[in-house]
Design a protein around this ligand. Structure first.
Ligand code: AMP
Ligand code: MG
Length: 436
């Protein structure tokens, strides 16, 4: 790693330390661009679903991906449960009871939550019961305390059993053999509750994909260090780290590498033990764009390079051994969009999720927007509900050189390459971003 800590202008390195022979192997400008759906399906078909698993305690499983269906082996609730404080009764015993014509039963026991009654309710009998307690044998309903009056063991009932018998029957929620939680889902707080209800506390989840993130660019400096003329702060390693973390991976910010092939090779060689390497910058075809040829030299098999999209055209995707490599464009907007379109689906698949990538919905655009036809576009947008429909605002700022509006973006609007005008009210495909 050659992270810049200097205040001086960095002296530009010469394009690369490659021999003329090595540079000749570089693919030419002329190669055709891959369409987005093809590129995405190449990404996904290259990746096997689901890394290995680990077993976690329930309380550490939030946000992880469940890898096996969890089958309940208990009834939830495990027995008929009282929903109210009151008296457990046989409903036919209190039929017709009212304030004017109370029914009188004899109390034979009392059950608080956590205990069971050893008694079976017979004719003329009732048991005092608390909320959450087990309804005794023989009873099928609970009469609320406020509609009763007790004197010694004698209880008067002023109401009969209505529509709600205030008893939750055994297994109302789940029964043995039911799937309590399905494999491939992200474990949510609600799912944790369901698993707890079944008494399940050891949860098989997918290991987090390990993602190394490397920014390339001799102009880059880490935040926290004063910048000198010609330098800029490294956005990508930080934004991509955050995106990876939000996607459920275990990222490592490996820092900045200058535009020197030897440095990059050295850095890459440290990270072929990872599941994914995200490089940003230097992946175009400029003189100092050393990423493609360095990857080839490092033995990375190219799966595709350059996609017919805007932003994010220069994207490289390849593989070495079990490691997938993305060469993302240096432009922070482009690499951010590329992450959502390609990296996240790959992480999803490595995680063994049951669906990969962005959820796509349809919404109507709020305003007319003139576009330059060419590549398929992914415009930054913001969703909003009006009273009647879901609308999407195309953010005014769409220049890929301007990163700040990304923080106000919650969707990417996918527009086919040939479209030169979006009309207000038109329905468009909208990719929901889980993290932006
Ligand atoms: P490149 O893809 O290396 O040609 O970079 C394209 C543009 O993005 C240039 O203006 C770079 O300075 C800028 N850039 C590259 N990497 C980063 C980064 N990590 N953070 C911020 N800007 C970057
Ligand atoms: Mg660069």
């Amino acid at each position: 790693m050659s992270q810049s800590t200097s205040h001086q202008i960095l002296k530009a390195p010469h394009p690369s330390d490659f021999s003329a022979e090595a540079r000749k192997t570089q693919p030419a400008f002329g190669r055709s661009l891959m369409e987005y759906p093809d590129a995405l399906s190449r990404c996904l078909s290259s990746v096997e679903a689901g890394l290995a698993t680990e077993v976690l305690p329930l309380e550490h499983s939030l946000g992880r991906v469940l890898r096996q269906d969890q089958i309940s082996d208990v009834h939830v609730p495990p027995w008929n449960r009282s929903m109210m404080d009151g008296y457990a009764v046989k409903s036919n015993e209190v039929r017709g009871a009212s304030a004017n014509h109370p029914v009188v039963l004899s109390q034979i026991d009392e059950v608080p939550a956590g205990r069971i009654s050893s008694k079976t309710i017979g004719p003329g009998q009732t048991v005092r019961i608390m909320t959450g307690a087990c309804v005794p044998e023989g009873a099928d309903a609970v009469i609320r305390l406020e509609n009763t009056q007790r004197t010694g063991d004698r209880v008067e009932f002023f109401e009969s059993v209505g529509e709600n018998p205030y008893v939750v029957p055994k297994g109302q929620d789940l029964s043995p053999g039911n799937v309590a939680a399905g494999a491939g889902n992200v474990i949510s707080p609600a799912m944790i509750g369901v698993l707890a209800a079944c008494g399940i506390c050891r949860i098989p989840v997918t290991l987090k994909p390990r993602v190394a993130i490397i920014s390339t660019g001799s102009e880059l400096v880490q935040p926290g260090i004063p910048i000198a003329p010609g330098q800029i702060y490294d956005i990508n390693s930080h934004a991509l780290y955050a995106l990876s973390l939000a996607a459920g991976a275990a990222p490592l910010n490996a820092g900045i590498v200058q535009d020197k092939a030897a440095d990059l090779l050295q850095m890459l060689n440290k990270h072929f033990d990872k599941d994914v390497i995200l490089l940003s910058g230097g992946v175009s075809v400029g003189d100092y764009d050393i990423v493609h040829e360095t990857l080839v030299r490092a033995g990375v098999e190219e799966i595709f390079w350059r996609v017919k999209i805007q932003p994010g055209k220069p994207l490289f995707f390849g593989k070495r051994g079990k490691t997938f490599l993305f060469g993302l464009p240096g432009n922070p907007v482009s690499s951010f969009v590329n992450f959502h379109l390609f990296v996240r689906p790959v992480i999803d698949k490595l995680l063994g999720k049951n669906s990969y990538g962005n959820e796509i919905i349809e919404a109507r655009v709020t305003d007319n927007r003139i576009l330059k036809p060419g590549r398929r576009k992914f415009l930054r947008g913001r969703l909003q509900w009006t009273q009647t429909r879901l609308e999407v605002e195309v953010l005014a700022e769409q220049r890929s050189s301007v990163f700040s509006p990304m923080q106000h973006t919650d969707v990417l609007i996918e527009v086919p390459g040939e479209v030169n005008l979006l009309r207000s009210g038109e329905v468009v495909r909208v990719h929901l971003l889980h993290a932006a």
